[in-house]
Design a protein around this ligand. Structure first.
Ligand code: IPD
Ligand code: CA
Length: 265
């Protein structure tokens, strides 16, 4: 136990160091050109690719056996690998392209399908959110905890599941319901940072009806290790095969209020 704790701390330190190095590419980016992937809302830039390449190169140097499950990769490695990095090189690419300074680098480290470490770095405000399974979450080295407040006393973040227009009516219907039931809603444009906002007690709840594993793997561990609850929007477990899913994360009080409210409507 103590051995793995030490080893996880070393891997976390590696991830933090490499994220900070790669963040320079984001901060110094210029002439950013968006290329459409599956549609006009699903975009990639040369910076997404360069950040991912740098992260993979550094992680491979340190852990040559490691496998990868990354957003800008044509084929993902096996999820149940002995050592796996789950990487979103720029979460919030649309923000990045349009100069909204709210994006991050998200890295999770998993062993045999279980996420052990998460690190989400927002270079614009120099905020490093981290967690090691079983050892709590931190923001720039200081412990963080979800809010104690119920849904009515907090802010709700949501994602619009932008690549799935068939979910828009349900998404905005739910956002409207939660707007009425809370203090206000936010659509900030980065699922990983939304999860960290829950972890830090800034938001009481976050939901999105379709996300990918790289969007939430690190952030969900950070939210859970900060005392939060994470599940699918209907209260289920996330798919073990890493396929796309809905997500709900929040303080225990806000999650309870969410299910009471949605059961009524
Ligand atoms: C997206 C962001 C966005 C969320 C989408 C994600 P990307 O990730 O996290 O907030 O609504 O579902 O795909 O494409 O910027 O890496
Ligand atoms: Ca993402």
């Amino acid at each position: 136990m103590e051995y793995s704790k030490l080893r996880y701390k070393e891997i976390l330190a590696l991830i933090e160091r490499v994220e900070r190095e790669a963040a320079e590419l984001i901060l110094q980016a210029h002439g950013i050109l968006a290329e459409a992937k599956t549609g006009k809302r699903d975009v990639v830039t040369e910076y997404d690719r360069r950040v991912q390449e740098l992260l993979m190169e550094r992680f491979r140097d340190a852990l040559p056996e490691a496998h990868f499950f990354c957003e800008e990769m044509d084929e993902q490695d096996r999820l149940d690998a002995e050592q796996l990095f789950i990487i979103d090189p720029i979460d919030g690419t649309m923000n990045f392209v349009h100069g909204f300074h709210h994006s991050c680098i998200s890295v999770a480290y998993a062993e045999r399908g279980i996420v052990r470490i998460g690190a989400v770095y927002n270079p614009y405000v120099d905020e490093m959110f981290t967690a090691v399974a079983g050892h709590g979450s931190s923001l720039n080295g200081r412990p963080i905890h979800v809010s104690d407040a119920g849904l009515s006393e907090g802010i709700v973040c949501f994602g619009s599941a932008p690549y799935n227009p068939e979910l828009s009516d349900r998404t905005f219907g739910l956002a409207r319901t939660l707007y009425d039931a809370s203090l206000d809603v936010r659509r900030e444009g980065s699922a990983a940072l939304d999860l960290c906002s829950v972890a830090a007690g800034r938001a009481g709840l976050y939901f999105e009806l379709r996300v990918s594993l790289w969007d939430y793997a690190a952030g969900a561990l950070i939210a859970e290790e900060a005392g939060g609850q994470c599940c699918t929007a209907d209260g289920g477990c996330f798919p073990a095969d890493g396929s796309k899913t809905s997500i709900l994360a929040g303080s225990p009080a806000a999650v309870k209020d969410f299910f009471r409210l949605t059961a009524e409507s």
